[in-house]
Design a protein around this ligand. Structure first.
Ligand code: ADP
Length: 301
């Protein structure tokens, strides 16, 4: 039976917004998630960080109910993800083609498709919901514009509005700030802050450690298993970062903070100029794990 025809499951309001217990996923020879357990409450705001291949997308697929774990259980407000319409996914803008002929209003209305049902027209209630979602992201005045005519930041806000129109109470955001200018990033982060204050739970995958540390109260450091989860100060330790990023990573402690340095190529160990930050990401500077500043380099192994 298609997702569109499944009945929508009611929430147990006292249950965690998301609970994973011993979740493992394997793709043939590759273990993508290994015994992942996690418990989130309504309104939690979590950045998921970890190297490429850490299992972030797999985790999203499992939470969205499109991938069944080989082992373990996923519960959203107390029940299986498949029956929930409240899980909204906000993709990276660059991963979808926004050149199709649709207005901002049409794109946001797409978020209502499951509530509207097959072969039905949107009702006035759907229109009210779409308008409210557009207002929440500050895009109401551009409702009639073609989606392809908008700036990157505006397009990302429309994708967020689509998830809100769906009635998302658990938002999965896949690097939504990638490629956006600083003001657009700030706007989206502010909207996320308002949403979590209203009780929406947010899981935000990012490569940018500095951004995660600055804007998110909770971090999940993932490398197939949970390396660390909790408040920033307990997760962003030298030990945890070395554990998660491993390989060619060095953590340098400088007068301005701890610096994660990653060689981005040459697995064979060829000498390379080190790139600052995590592979392909903006420079990532974190405060020192301890108050005492030590000028030291600490290669792994
Ligand atoms: P991330 O999003 O953190 O980069 P992914 O969840 O995409 O990580 O991938 C985790 C691991 O699973 C990687 O080693 C990846 O190559 C592998 N993987 C992901 N999807 C598939 C698939 N459909 N088939 C086989 N291997 C996969």
């Amino acid at each position: 039976m298609s997702n569109l025809l499944r009945p929508i499951t009611a929430h147990k309001t006292d249950a965690p917004s998301l609970e994973l217990t011993g979740v493992s996923v394997r793709y043939e020879q590759t273990v993508a998630l290994d015994d992942v357990s996690l418990l989130l409450r309504r309104g939690d705001c979590v950045a998921i960080v970890g190297p490429n291949g850490a299992g972030k997308s797999t985790l999203f697929n499992v939470v969205a109910g499109v991938l069944k774990p080989d082992r373990g259980a996923v519960r959203i407000y107390g029940s299986d993800p498949a029956g929930h319409v409240c899980v909204g996914y906000v993709p990276q803008r660059s991963r979808i083609d926004l050149r199709f002929p649709a207005t901002v209003w049409d794109v946001v209305m797409m978020g209502r498709v499951r509530q509207i049902g097959l072969f039905r027209w949107p009702s006035s209630r759907d229109a009210v919901t779409v308008r409210r979602a557009l207002r929440q992201v500050g895009m109401e005045s551009l409702a009639k514009r073609h989606i392809g005519e908008l700036s990157g930041g505006q397009q990302q806000r429309v994708l967020l509005a689509r998830a809100l129109a769906q009635g998302a109470e658990l938002l999965l955001m896949d690097e939504p700030l990638t490629g956006l200018d600083a003001p657009s990033q700030r706007t989206i982060l502010e909207i996320i802050g308002q949403l979590t204050a209203d009780g929406v739970t947010v899981l935000f995958a990012t490569h940018d450690l500095a951004q995660a540390q600055q804007h998110f109260p909770l971090l999940l450091l993932l490398n197939r298993h949970v390396v660390a989860f909790g408040p920033v100060a307990t997760v962003m330790t030298t030990e945890n970062l070395l554990h998660a990023y491993g390989g060619q990573t060095h953590v340098l402690t400088t007068t301005s903070g701890a610096l994660l340095v990653t060689d981005t190529c040459c697995g064979g160990g060829e000498p390379v100029a080190p790139a600052i930050g995590v592979a392909g990401a903006a420079p990532s500077i974190m405060p020192p794990p301890a108050a005492e500043v030590v000028a030291a380099t600490r290669p792994l192994n």
